[in-house]
Design a protein around this ligand. Structure first.
Ligand SMILES: C[S@@+](CC[C@H](N)C(=O)[O-])C[C@H]1O[C@@H](n2cnc3c(N)ncnc32)[C@H](O)[C@@H]1O
Length: 261
């Protein structure tokens, strides 16, 4: 057992080391820099206009990630929960971006953040690492479309929050965790474990049609999760609108080369 275990760990470390060597190799051509991109999206524009008033504190490259995963919710009155209120500016940014009818929920450990509550913004004071806190919040906020974790940034806080809130997301929802940087982030490592689960094909069924391969998701997680995305310092997990009951590979067409059977 131990031998098998250590071989699988050696295999993983070896492949990860290969990825790191590839990333560090000189094959990557020099291109025009990101700072010279032609257009900013609405979130970045809002951020740049926000030169006084309640503060927003974000890495600039996050605006592109937000827009990529959140734009489908604009004008659709989503419920958006951000962990980490701080000075309230990001809550105003979400309100502006998602438009009328959006419900914004802020979570912070600091009671002073309660002052950012308003008609469309609810604030919950609590510790994101406290499972009882999340249980209470889920009762009060039964539907959440988006979670943005910009709270304490400690891996244990990020892990507990995701364990408590990812299964609670509405179908088609998005879970985004910020500031997972460092190659030794145990949260990032946990996300790699989730990605392995998403890639599991153990339940492949051999049907009667040799041209049709089917994998039945091995866990509710594999059936519920649409995708896992990694960016510099950010992980995004999206859920399916409808759970997948099978993953199917089929061939369509009548003309085929002879070299693959
Ligand atoms: C980086 S700031 C949030 C920035 C804000 N989202 C913005 O964009 O301007 C982090 C916030 O997380 C809060 N925080 C720290 N530890 C926390 C915890 N365990 N649970 C909930 N909030 C926490 C801090 O009080 C702080 O207001």
């Amino acid at each position: 057992m131990f031998k098998k275990f250590s071989r699988s760990i050696r295999w993983r470390i070896g492949n990860q080391a290969r990825g790191k060597r590839f990333a560090a190799s000189p094959v990557w051509p020099a291109l025009k820099s990101y700072e010279n991109r032609p257009a900013k999206n609405d979130l970045e524009e809002f951020f740049d206009r926000n030169i006084d008033g309640p503060g927003i504190w974000k890495w600039r490259h996050y605006f592109d990630i937000y827009d990529r995963h959140f734009s489908k919710f604009r004008g659709a009155a989503p419920t958006v929960l951000e962990i980490g209120v701080f000075s309230g500016g990001s809550l105003a940014m979400w309100k502006d971006y998602f438009g009328p009818g959006a419900k914004i929920v802020g979570v912070d450990i600091e009671p002073a953040c309660k002052r950012y509550e308003s008609t469309d913004v609810r604030i919950f004071i609590g510790d994101q690492a406290d499972r009882d806190f999340w249980q209470g919040l889920r009762r009060e906020v039964p539907k959440v479309d988006i979670v943005i974790d910009d709270g304490g940034h400690l891996p244990e806080q990020q892990m507990v929050s995701m364990e408590e809130m990812l299964p609670h997301l509405a179908p088609g929802g998005v879970y985004l965790c910020e500031d997972i940087h460092s190659e030794r982030s145990s949260f990032a490592s946990m996300v790699h474990g989730l990605a392995d689960t998403l890639n599991n094909n153990r339940n492949q069924t051999a049907g009667t049609d040799p041209e049709r391969r089917t994998v039945v998701p091995s866990t509710p997680f594999q059936s519920r999760i649409r995708g896992i995305h990694l960016y510099p310092f950010v992980a995004v997990i999206e859920t399916n609108e409808l759970p997948r009951t099978e993953l199917v590979s089929t061939k369509h067409g009548t003309k085929w080369e002879p070299f693959l059977s």
